[in-house]
Design a protein around this ligand. Structure first.
Ligand SMILES: [Zn+2]
Length: 279
């Protein structure tokens, strides 16, 4: 915040003295605002080690499965306090370990970042946890096959049973409606809140020209949904390329599948996790 204020003012100063005065004031004000705007929340206590392990695994699995690259992130709601969530520091997901996990309040203030760099887009997570008590885990990704569906107006639709949740609706978040011309990052609580409102009660949303946010009732569930979104987007694109009438899942089929959505989840999770975690 302080650095940004300095460079903004530095670019527009008309002479050295005036600039210097403004810089000094901006720095002092910036420091004050930073302290005032970011109270340090108290910790909910040690999170369940199994949850931390799953969160670390989720980061690596999503790279292994082609959903995340060097960017993107996964979070989990804290098992001890619904008003806290856990998210790795800003780091390539494949490199994430338990030491990287930072606890946040729902305004995305860190409990104790210990100097670790934080993800700029953590506000996605805080805002969605605040709006959706049912959500226990969130993925933000730039899953490549989803991008065309966020920019063409062609809706993502459920083309096969494993991605039935898409039938509940996948809205598109247009950041221009919330923030005008931005650098496309959800980098403050206002943009996070706008994104959460667009998500509504849906399982995922696409971010125009950027990526996606996927939510779910557990870490394994949100990982599975993220993988299936990418696969469905590829399959739908292939089907559309072939031409002809595409028969998507019927809403009644979607309802019946959703009633047993996570039935075989453990079977997938066990193998995905085994591939990425040390034995
Ligand atoms: Zn992003």
């Amino acid at each position: 915040m302080e650095q940004k204020a300095v460079s903004n003012y530095g670019a527009t100063r008309r002479d050295f003295l005036a600039g210097w005065a403004v810089l000094t004031m901006a720095a002092a004000l910036g420091a004050t605002l930073q302290v005032a705007a970011q109270p340090q929340p108290t910790s909910a206590g040690l999170a369940d080690p199994k949850l931390i392990e799953d969160l670390v695994a989720a980061n690596r699995i999503l790279v292994n499965q082609g959903v995340l690259d060097t960017l993107g992130h996964v979070s989990a709601r804290h098992n001890r306090d619904p008003n806290r969530y856990l998210l790795a520091r800003s780091r390539a997901p494949e490199m994430v370990s338990a030491d990287d996990i930072i606890e946040y309040d729902l305004d995305s203030n860190p409990v104790d970042a210990r100097g670790r760099p934080m993800n700029l887009e953590r506000f996605i997570h805080g805002a969605v946890y605040k709006a959706r008590p049912d959500v226990k885990a969130i993925v933000h990704n730039h899953s490549p096959s989803l991008i065309p569906f966020g920019v063409t107006g062609i809706p993502l639709r459920p083309i096969y049973h494993s991605a039935a949740f898409i039938g509940e609706g996948i809205p598109v978040f247009e950041i221009r409606e919330a923030g005008g011309m931005t650098d496309m990052l959800v980098r403050d609580p206002a943009l996070g809140g706008a994104l959460a409102r667009t998500l509504g009660n849906k399982p995922a949303l696409l971010m125009r020209g950027h990526g996606a946010v996927v939510v779910g009732p557990s870490v394994p569930s949100v990982v599975r949904r993220s993988i299936q979104l990418e696969v469905n987007a590829k399959l739908q694109t292939q089907a559309m390329t072939l031409g002809g009438n595409i028969t998507y899942l019927d809403p009644e089929e979607v309802r019946k599948i959703m009633a047993r959505e996570d039935v075989a989840l453990e079977r997938s999770w066990e193998l995905w996790k085994r591939k990425v975690m040390p034995k």
